[in-house]
Design a protein around this ligand. Structure first.
Ligand code: 13P
Length: 287
């Protein structure tokens, strides 16, 4: 059964661990992530960008597939189906389609408009038992066509949005979607500590989980981060495993043409990546 993120994130914040959000693109990714979560006895958040939702033909297809897969695979851990970087219209559509959680990314609006729209979204989501993530201070890099400037969030603005009653808050602290550049200066822990002080006990979200060194991840969790998003790392693992399979010539031999065989190494690589992250985030055996 799908659940919203409220209870799982509250427990994560209290227990000083983080729940991973792993983005899905198709059936294989979804299956790999669910199996990893079940094996780890860890709660899990399946992230769906608006682009990935369209690719999978629409939010309804995604919600139906995920719900059915949770049942067919006999998944017992909490599974949260979450819209990643939702627009105002997109978040409404995801709630309508049966997502259990949405991110409304109003970070590109001015703070007043972000507050107004976030308020409306909270009222709508709460009436349907859906949790809401808001964002303050854009995350750097590009996420599915959405470009952020890598701002560092203002703790006062974070408090304003947190006080509206969102369930989790993403705040820019120098994090970037995709790979980090050579000259990246790292996460801004002073700002994170100020945001935590201003918004506690609000669960904080760290986007751009790919490529952040383990010690920084652990420090971020110790400072109040309870949800960490990972996407690019799964994409790289999938692509590398698939390329190796093709380069080894296995797809050209006999049944190698079978798409189930061709996609199997990539799916296994995603599962291994997710397990590694769950161990790092401390969410193993927390379901
Ligand atoms: P990465 O692609 O950098 O892992 O970031 C994922 C993310 O933050 C999704 O919102």
């Amino acid at each position: 059964m799908l659940v919203n993120a409220k209870e799982a994130l509250k427990k994560a914040k209290e227990g000083k661990y983080a729940i991973g959000q792993f983005n899905i693109n198709n059936l294989e990714w979804t299956k790999s992530i669910l199996l990893a979560a079940e094996e780890c006895k860890s709660p899990v958040i399946l992230g769906v960008s608006e682009g990935a939702g369209k690719y999978m033909t629409g939010f309804k297809t995604v919600a139906s597939m995920v719900s059915a897969m949770v049942e067919d695979l006999k998944i017992t851990v909490p599974v949260i189906l979450h819209l990643d970087h939702g627009s105002y219209e997109g978040a409404k559509a995801a709630i309508e389609a049966g997502f259990s959680s949405v991110m409304f990314d109003g970070s590109h609006y001015g703070i007043e408009e972000n507050i107004e729209k976030t308020k409306e979204m909270i009222a709508l989501a709460n009436s349907k038992g859906v949790s809401v993530e808001a964002e303050v201070g854009a995350i750097g890099g590009e996420e599915d066509g959405v470009v952020g400037n890598g701002e560092v969030a203002d703790p006062n603005e974070c408090k304003m949005i947190a006080d509206l009653g969102v369930d989790m808050l993403a705040a820019g602290i120098g994090n970037i979607h995709g790979k980090y550049p050579e000259n990246w200066t790292g996460l801004n822990f002073d700002v994170l500590a100020d945001i935590e002080k201003a918004t506690s006990p609000m669960p904080l979200v760290l986007h751009g989980g790919t490529g952040i060194p383990s010690d920084m991840i652990k420090k971020a969790i110790s400072l109040g981060v309870s949800k960490i998003n990972v996407n690019t790392e799964c994409q790289i693992a999938f692509a590398e495993a698939t390329r190796k399979y093709i380069e080894d010539g296995k797809d050209l031999e006999g049944k190698g043409f079978d798409p189930r065989k061709l996609l199997a190494p990539g799916a296994a690589a995603i599962k291994a990546t997710v397990i590694e992250k769950m161990e790092l985030f401390g969410s193993v055996n927390k379901a």
